[in-house]
Design a protein around this ligand. Structure first.
Ligand SMILES: [Zn+2]
Length: 312
């Protein structure tokens, strides 16, 4: 039995606020689930983040208030939190009095979402994400699946579905193929022994996609996807709260890293997680970049040839 944790990065709307929409899934055999959870918990503890969610997009930002604190790096965690909160409180009070309510709401949200990480400097936060990506990259038992849609090349007038529907169908198809490939073929096991590797999808709880993906999965079970019949994935996706499930946070990290590689050519984290992309016959089949046919990124290159290589 295998569990594939799914999360997204970027906006599925065309054009939306990002050039790419990425839906990523990280699959682990259930007998390795505890190993993964323990390893992530250990890294979080090293950064005093035991009860915090690893929300990579918020962690990787630069926090202006930290830059304004003199000698921020030399302060201890308690002092850092106190100094940053002091600046933030003053800024919120100033914005509260200003006529622009929209700006106040944006800033308030940024402060809330980054609150768990303000005791860590920008370099420490980058190191935290790198440590997690390194751990994921070493999980030889795990497989990464993803559909990365370049919305510049997504033509809504010709497409039969939206970017997020296309991404989900692609991800389900590739996961199904993977489960089929690792299932022992007839005759390899004694009669009566279970011969199929089953998989389950676990999705970050997002009300707008929950119903859509549940309905899509029901239709895939009945009619197959465009590419394959569904014989190994069981049930409709289960939806969980990402705050409570570390592995969903890892799917979030993978989606973020893939998107940042494609949009900003950020290679450091990409190099760490991309080796986990599912491969078959020497070709990367688990991760696809939906874009112009002449794209020379590492994902497109490794779709065509093997093994994948990045420019040094
Ligand atoms: Zn590409």
């Amino acid at each position: 039995m295998y569990i594939c944790y799914i999360d997204e990065s970027g906006t599925p709307e065309v054009p939306g606020t990002t050039s790419h929409y990425v839906l990523a899934g990280i699959s682990v055999p259930i007998w390795f689930w505890r190993t993964c959870e323990d390893e992530i918990a250990l890294i979080k503890r090293r950064y005093a983040l035991e009860s915090a969610e690893i929300h990579t997009g918020w962690i990787m930002r630069r926090y202006q208030e930290q830059i304004r604190v003199p000698n921020f790096e030399s302060l201890n965690y308690t002092q850092r939190i106190s100094e940053v909160e002091k600046i933030r409180r003053a800024e919120l009070l100033r914005l509260q009095a200003a006529p622009n309510r929209k700006r106040f709401k944006q800033v308030d949200k940024t402060y809330r979402m980054t609150r768990p990480y303000i005791h860590l400097s920008y370099d420490e936060r980058r190191r935290l994400i790198k440590d997690i990506a390194t751990a994921v990259g070493n999980w030889r038992f795990a497989r990464l699946f993803a559909e990365c849609i370049d919305k510049v090349h997504f033509d809504p007038t010709r497409a039969t579905c939206t970017p997020d529907e296309q991404a989900f169908e692609q991800l389900v198809s590739r996961y199904e193929r993977y489960l089929d490939n690792i299932s022992p073929s007839q005759g390899q096991l004694p009669p009566g022994q279970l011969q199929t590797s089953f998989g389950l999808l676990i999705h970050d709880n997002n009300e707008t996609v929950a119903k859509k993906h549940t309905d899509l999965m029901k239709s895939f079970h009945n009619n197959g996807t465009l590419w394959t019949r569904i014989q190994h994935i069981i049930e409709t996706p289960l939806f969980v709260n990402s705050e409570l499930t570390s592995m969903i946070q890892i799917a979030d990290l993978c989606a973020y890293v893939l998107r940042r590689y494609l949009e900003n050519q950020e290679e450091e984290l990409f190099r760490l997680i991309f080796p986990r992309a599912d491969r078959f016959g020497g070709q990367t089949v688990g991760v696809r970049h939906f874009t112009a046919s002449r794209c020379t990124c590492a994902i497109c290159s490794s779709h065509r040839t093997a093994p994948f290589s990045l420019t040094p």
